[in-house]
Ligand binder design. Structure first.
Ligand SMILES: [Zn+2]
Length: 144
Protein backbone atom coordinates (compact mmCIF):
# COMPACT_ATOMS: atom_id res chain seq x y z
CA UNK A 1 0.00 0.00 0.00
CA UNK A 2 2.81 2.38 -0.82
CA UNK A 3 1.87 5.68 -2.39
CA UNK A 4 3.47 6.35 -5.75
CA UNK A 5 6.14 9.01 -5.94
CA UNK A 6 4.42 10.81 -8.79
CA UNK A 7 1.28 11.49 -6.77
CA UNK A 8 3.16 12.65 -3.70
CA UNK A 9 2.73 16.33 -2.93
CA UNK A 10 4.76 18.31 -0.45
CA UNK A 11 2.92 20.15 2.28
CA UNK A 12 3.11 23.92 2.19
CA UNK A 13 5.45 24.17 5.17
CA UNK A 14 7.74 21.42 3.91
CA UNK A 15 7.95 23.02 0.46
CA UNK A 16 8.72 26.37 2.08
CA UNK A 17 11.42 24.84 4.26
CA UNK A 18 13.02 23.41 1.13
CA UNK A 19 12.67 26.83 -0.58
CA UNK A 20 10.72 25.46 -3.52
CA UNK A 21 8.61 27.43 -5.94
CA UNK A 22 5.37 28.55 -4.22
CA UNK A 23 3.25 27.80 -7.29
CA UNK A 24 4.42 24.32 -8.39
CA UNK A 25 6.47 23.24 -5.33
CA UNK A 26 8.97 21.59 -7.67
CA UNK A 27 11.43 24.20 -8.92
CA UNK A 28 14.09 25.61 -6.64
CA UNK A 29 14.05 29.29 -5.69
CA UNK A 30 17.74 29.46 -4.79
CA UNK A 31 20.88 27.93 -6.18
CA UNK A 32 23.07 26.28 -3.59
CA UNK A 33 22.50 25.67 0.09
CA UNK A 34 21.75 28.13 2.87
CA UNK A 35 25.17 27.52 4.39
CA UNK A 36 27.78 26.68 1.83
CA UNK A 37 31.02 27.96 0.41
CA UNK A 38 29.27 29.35 -2.65
CA UNK A 39 27.15 32.42 -2.16
CA UNK A 40 23.50 31.62 -2.50
CA UNK A 41 21.81 33.22 -5.45
CA UNK A 42 18.20 33.44 -6.37
CA UNK A 43 16.92 32.07 -9.65
CA UNK A 44 14.95 34.59 -11.69
CA UNK A 45 12.38 32.01 -12.81
CA UNK A 46 11.13 28.65 -11.62
CA UNK A 47 12.86 25.82 -13.50
CA UNK A 48 9.67 23.83 -13.63
CA UNK A 49 6.69 26.13 -14.18
CA UNK A 50 8.46 29.32 -15.28
CA UNK A 51 7.10 31.54 -12.50
CA UNK A 52 9.00 34.82 -12.33
CA UNK A 53 9.96 35.18 -8.67
CA UNK A 54 10.36 38.96 -8.63
CA UNK A 55 6.77 39.76 -9.46
CA UNK A 56 7.36 43.47 -9.85
CA UNK A 57 10.38 45.79 -9.46
CA UNK A 58 11.22 46.14 -5.78
CA UNK A 59 9.09 43.16 -4.78
CA UNK A 60 11.73 41.80 -2.45
CA UNK A 61 12.10 45.05 -0.51
CA UNK A 62 9.15 43.83 1.55
CA UNK A 63 11.21 40.85 2.62
CA UNK A 64 13.38 43.29 4.59
CA UNK A 65 10.51 43.67 7.06
CA UNK A 66 10.25 39.90 7.38
CA UNK A 67 14.01 39.69 7.84
CA UNK A 68 13.83 42.43 10.49
CA UNK A 69 11.19 40.46 12.41
CA UNK A 70 13.34 37.32 12.17
CA UNK A 71 16.41 39.19 13.37
CA UNK A 72 14.67 40.75 16.37
CA UNK A 73 13.15 37.41 17.39
CA UNK A 74 16.52 35.66 17.05
CA UNK A 75 18.41 38.32 18.99
CA UNK A 76 15.90 38.26 21.85
CA UNK A 77 15.96 34.46 21.93
CA UNK A 78 19.77 34.37 21.93
CA UNK A 79 20.04 37.01 24.66
CA UNK A 80 17.47 35.25 26.85
CA UNK A 81 19.36 31.99 26.30
CA UNK A 82 22.61 33.74 27.25
CA UNK A 83 20.95 35.04 30.42
CA UNK A 84 19.60 31.60 31.32
CA UNK A 85 23.00 29.97 30.71
CA UNK A 86 25.24 32.56 32.37
CA UNK A 87 22.90 34.24 34.86
CA UNK A 88 24.75 37.49 34.17
CA UNK A 89 22.37 40.44 34.05
CA UNK A 90 24.69 43.44 33.91
CA UNK A 91 27.25 42.74 31.19
CA UNK A 92 26.84 45.03 28.18
CA UNK A 93 29.53 43.22 26.20
CA UNK A 94 28.12 39.73 26.73
CA UNK A 95 24.75 40.64 25.27
CA UNK A 96 26.22 42.81 22.51
CA UNK A 97 28.48 40.02 21.32
CA UNK A 98 25.75 37.39 21.58
CA UNK A 99 23.29 39.58 19.63
CA UNK A 100 25.80 40.50 16.89
CA UNK A 101 27.06 36.92 16.56
CA UNK A 102 23.48 35.69 16.23
CA UNK A 103 22.75 38.20 13.47
CA UNK A 104 25.97 37.34 11.65
CA UNK A 105 25.53 33.57 11.86
CA UNK A 106 21.85 33.58 10.92
CA UNK A 107 22.02 36.17 8.11
CA UNK A 108 22.09 33.55 5.28
CA UNK A 109 19.06 31.88 6.86
CA UNK A 110 17.25 35.22 7.17
CA UNK A 111 18.08 36.17 3.58
CA UNK A 112 16.63 32.96 2.23
CA UNK A 113 13.59 32.48 4.43
CA UNK A 114 12.46 36.11 4.52
CA UNK A 115 11.94 35.82 0.76
CA UNK A 116 10.31 32.42 1.08
CA UNK A 117 7.89 33.69 3.75
CA UNK A 118 7.09 36.70 1.58
CA UNK A 119 6.27 34.52 -1.42
CA UNK A 120 4.40 31.78 0.46
CA UNK A 121 2.33 33.69 2.99
CA UNK A 122 2.47 37.42 2.32
CA UNK A 123 1.78 37.58 -1.42
CA UNK A 124 -1.90 37.58 -2.32
CA UNK A 125 -2.64 35.83 -5.59
CA UNK A 126 0.43 33.60 -5.52
CA UNK A 127 -1.03 30.21 -4.68
CA UNK A 128 -0.13 26.58 -5.06
CA UNK A 129 -1.39 25.03 -8.28
CA UNK A 130 -0.92 21.24 -8.22
CA UNK A 131 -2.11 20.87 -11.82
CA UNK A 132 0.38 23.23 -13.40
CA UNK A 133 2.35 21.73 -16.25
CA UNK A 134 6.04 22.07 -16.80
CA UNK A 135 6.94 25.33 -18.56
CA UNK A 136 3.29 26.08 -19.18
CA UNK A 137 3.94 29.78 -18.93
CA UNK A 138 6.45 31.72 -20.94
CA UNK A 139 9.48 32.43 -18.69
CA UNK A 140 9.70 36.01 -19.95
CA UNK A 141 6.09 36.69 -19.01
CA UNK A 142 5.60 39.20 -16.20
CA UNK A 143 2.11 38.10 -15.36
CA UNK A 144 1.15 35.24 -13.13
ZN1 LIG B 1 7.32 26.68 -10.15
Amino acid sequence: MKEQETTYELSEFKAASKALCPRCRKGKIFTGNTYGFKTQKMNTHCDYCGLRYEREPGYFYVSMFVSYAFTVAEMITACVAAYVITGNDNSFWLYSIVALLTVFILSPFNYRYSRVVLMYWLSPGLNYNPNIKQKEINPTSRTL
